[in-house]
Design a protein around this ligand. Structure first.
Ligand SMILES: Nc1nc2c(c(=O)[nH]1)N[C@H]1C(S)=C(S)[C@@H](COP(=O)(O)O)O[C@H]1N2
Ligand SMILES: [Mo]
Length: 430
């Protein structure tokens, strides 16, 4: 990790320089004068001066026309606040750098997850990128002519809207311990490491075509501009799929910094880490590509799995079938007739059935909404419940069109991926 720490120092130095020049311009002071003021004011004030400003709204879409808007200050993160957007406890369950959405906050909402409620998973911390100097590099043996694109270039390509989820491979991980009795390493998510958004941007294949994608290309590896340079290859088939895009927008806004501004790759149906945020380069290769994220992590390691050299185990790619209730964990409900709602999803196909159980033995079918329901999406469902006072564990069992059903038990894997077993949602009715 030493090199990552070194990069972190570099990061802070660079951010400090950036802050100095911005602050200097704002107050019409030279860099030197600003440094003198900071030195005179002592370390405390200097640090206070470096503290991040209140989170600014994302920049307006560049296409609005009219008078040039006042430049929006570039938001920053800090050592104790790794994110840009607020992550208040009434919206998120905090796991330190990673925050999951509270499912009860999806109750009564429409199909998508608002940007303010969308979970954040950062391997290091949110990278804050200046779009004017940002470039997307396309390189490697799989393209005819390596190329560098600007934000503008990407906006000029045909744009498509893809409404899909991003879900962490570790979503549900805590249940390996609380149900399976064995703790897995990693963030102990409940079920809130998922969100659906309307992503918009050019298709990845159109972006790659600009560099002359060869027929012999095999793997594509997007790399992030965050401290750890998170990167994970995918096969050319998935990279050129019509739903795989370079997202520039999320729910009608430019991507928020925490979700990858200015551009993130969106790889629908695949585990979250495939959807690289703050993408800075795309390596296209005629040979298979490797990174720590497909040899060391995001693979299955455990008694039921064999190594797949050079990976330590089978690769995790597509997401499995899961479901959740739009209720607090644990939930408190008033007795009486009511409607219980939730959402179910699968990485490989639409959901064809959601069953629920109030007693863990008898199952009934919930009603699926007629709204969106495809691979990489969730479907909304509901069922009526005449609740009488008492303690309950509500269970769900979703089935997708490929016949995948949520199981009773999930075989353990050390890093705790893909827990999709049936869970008892604690509910007390009074
Ligand atoms: N560059 C970069 N991309 C990244 C990550 C990261 O740390 N760095 N985290 C990945 C993981 S593990 C997940 S689950 C998703 C989370 O996306 P979100 O924070 O927008 O919800 O982003 C993925 N893309
Ligand atoms: Mo993840």
């Amino acid at each position: 990790m030493a090199s990552a720490l070194l990069r972190e120092e570099d990061y802070f130095r660079e951010r400090f320089e950036e802050w100095l020049s911005r602050e200097g311009r704002r107050r019409d002071l030279s860099r030197r004068r600003l440094l003198e003021l900071l030195a005179g004011a002592g370390v405390g004030a200097a640090l206070a001066a470096c503290a991040p400003p209140a989170p600014a709204p994302p920049p307006a879409p560049p296409s609005t026309g009219g008078a040039a808007p006042a430049p929006t200050p570039i938001p920053t993160t800090s050592a104790d606040r790794p994110h840009v957007k607020p992550t208040p406890p009434d919206l998120f369950i905090s796991h330190g750098v990673n925050v999951e959405m509270r499912w009860e906050r999806m109750a009564g909402r429409g199909y998508t997850t608002p940007n303010e409620l969308f979970f954040i998973r950062d391997h290091s911390k949110t990278a804050v990128i200046d779009v004017t100097s940002w470039r997307l590099e396309i390189k490697g043996s799989g393209v005819e002519r390596p190329l560098t694109l600007t934000y503008d270039d990407l906006q000029k390509l045909p744009q498509v809207t893809v409404t899909k989820y991003v879900e962490c491979a570790g979503n549900g991980r805590s249940f390996f311990e609380t149900i399976g009795g064995r703790r897995a390493s990693g963030t102990p998510w409940k079920l809130g490491a998922i969100g659906v958004a309307e992503f918009r941007g050019p298709r990845l294949r159109d972006v790659l075509d600009r560099a002359g994608l060869k027929r012999t290309a095999r793997d594509v590896m997007p790399e992030g501009l965050d401290d750890l340079k998170v990167r994970r290859p995918m096969p050319i088939e998935k990279a050129t799929d019509s739903d795989t895009i370079v997202a520039l927008q999320m729910n009608g806004q430019p991507l928020p910094p925490d979700h990858g501004f200015p551009a993130r790759v969106l790889v629908p149906g695949w585990i979250g880490v495939s959807s690289i945020k703050w993408v800075g380069s795309l390596e296209v290769s005629e040979e298979p590509l490797y990174s720590p994220w497909n040899t060391e992590s995001y693979i299955l390691i455990g008694p039921d799995y064999q190594p797949v050299p050079p990976a330590k185990g089978p690769l995790v790619t597509t997401q499995n079938v899961k479901s959740a209730l739009e209720l607090a964990w644990p939930a408190q409900l008033r007795a009486g007739q009511q409607t219980i709602r939730g959402r179910a999803w699968s990485g490989v196909g639409k959901i064809i059935q959601v069953e629920y159980s109030l007693d863990g033995r008898t199952w009934q079918r919930a009603t699926l909404s007629s709204g969106p329901n495809d691979y990489g999406q969730w479907v909304q469902f509901e069922f009526p419940w005449n609740a009488t006072p008492g303690q309950y564990e509500l269970r769900l069992r979703a089935t997708d069109e490929k016949g995948n059903v949520q199981p009773e038990r999930v075989p353990f894997n050390e890093q705790g991926y893909l827990y999709n077993g049936i869970v008892g949602h604690p509910v007390s009715v009074s």
